[in-house]
Write a protein that binds this ligand. Structure first.
Ligand code: NAP
Ligand code: ZN
Ligand code: ZN
Length: 347
């Protein structure tokens, strides 16, 4: 067993604090990664505070993991000691269901293993995430990291990047499309960068007027403050596609009305409560309401390679791990520009 330093939440109301855990020995197909950086996703907060229900404690959050391979199993072919490696939101899946066979393991219908707040394949051992010094992961669920990008700013690509890349690709967003991005946080700012780089015309819809200059710098052409009813009316029926990254309850009908005929709004944000949908918001323009969950291993690698080629990373604020509880409060207040990343040297 590999003793590993970490930060954990003891229960849904406790602050995160130092914690010690053990990782499994490196198996034939495993790599041991010394974690350099881990991004802080709003899903970490939802789960550490048990906002979605069913959380497993103690919990070590973190699924935007990058670091260096320090040991490889006897059968590992993809990595050697010293390589950079990344781990996202899941670390294994059943490998035999239709989704796994199609390379969309995030929709695994069998025994899948999420990076933390889940159970290993034995369905007994809890999984612990990236707010820790090391992690042991099967090479098939480990990503190659482009060497030309700043490593700390790559970490958020493992969740925020792929979660926005995947729906943009699935709905074939590109030149000629008018895309709305709701919420300019970790996911939202990646959605703006990626959609703009795919050639779409991007409009950010935000609660925070002061983010307008940043939205434009990130690649948006338009900016709407969602509380400005006149602006929302003026932009009615103008967008082809919207990505909703909002983490808290909101009136989704107001945003559906921004879609043109046959437009699609994809939910990636996961507010803890259900959102009421007016049938009229959909039927009057044959609109679609959809959802999307992270991305498969193959697509995550494509996203990382794409970002390497186009020089795309996250805008980050690097924090020592002792500041993690403050970082959570700042994220809830919408005060992150635009992703906190933990410097694991500080653990
Ligand atoms: P984040 O950095 O906190 O960003 C969320 C943004 O939502 C905020 O920056 C804010 O943007 C907006 N917002 C917050 N509270 C709001 C409110 N009450 N009303 C309207 N807008 C509000 O969070 P994140 O890490 O990007 O995650 C966003 C959501 O996606 C979370 O629910 C997370 O769990 C979920 N998620 C889903 C997947 C998936 O696979 N589908 C993957 C990762 C994360 P403005 O200031 O611009 O309004
Ligand atoms: Zn995430
Ligand atoms: Zn499966």
């Amino acid at each position: 067993m590999i003793t590993t330093k970490a930060y954990a939440a003891k229960n849904a109301t406790s602050q995160l604090a130092p914690f010690s855990l053990t990782r499994r020995e490196v198996g034939a197909h495993d790599v041991l990664i010394e974690i350099a950086y881990c991004g802080v996703c709003h899903s970490d907060i939802h789960q550490a505070r048990d906002e979605w229900g069913g959380s497993i404690f103690p919990m070590v959050p973190g699924h935007e993991i990058v670091g260096k391979v320090t040991k490889v199993g006897a059968s590992v072919a993809k990595f050697k000691v010293g390589d950079l490696a990344g781990v996202g939101c899941f670390v294994d899946s059943c490998r035999v269901c239709p989704s796994c066979k199609d390379g969309v393991e995030q929709y695994c219908e069998g025994n899948s293993v999420i990076t933390y707040n889940g159970l290993e394949k034995d369905r007994k051992t809890p999984t612990y995430g990236g707010y820790s010094s090391h992690i042991v992961v099967d090479e098939n669920y480990t990503l190659k990291i482009p060497a030309n990008l700043e490593l700390s700013a790559v970490a958020p690509l493992l969740c925020a990047g792929i979660t926005t890349f995947s729906p943009l690709r699935h709905w074939k967003i590109g030149p000629g499309h008018k895309v709305g991005v709701m919420g300019l946080g970790g996911l939202g700012h990646m959605a703006v960068k990626l959609a703009a780089s795919f050639g779409a015309e991007v409009t950010v819809i935000s609660t925070t007027k002061s983010k307008e200059a940043d939205a434009k710098r990130l690649g948006a052409k338009g900016f709407i403050v969602s509380a400005d009813q006149d602006a929302m009316n003026a932009h009615g029926r103008t967008l082809d596609f919207i990505i909703d990254t909002v983490s808290a309850p909101h009136d989704i009908n107001a945003f559906l009305n921004l879609l043109k005929l046959d437009g699609t709004l994809v939910m990636v944000g996961v507010p803890p409560e259900a959102l009421p949908v007016q049938a009229f918001s959909l039927i009057t323009k044959r609109r679609r309401l959809a959802g999307s969950l992270i991305g498969g291993i193959k697509e995550t690698q494509e996203m990382l390679d794409y970002c390497g080629k186009h020089g795309i990373t996250s805008d980050i604020e690097l924090i020592p791990i002792k500041d993690i509880n403050d970082a959570y409060e700042r994220m809830i207040a919408g005060k992150v520009r635009y992703r906190f990343v933990i410097d694991m040297k500080t653990l």
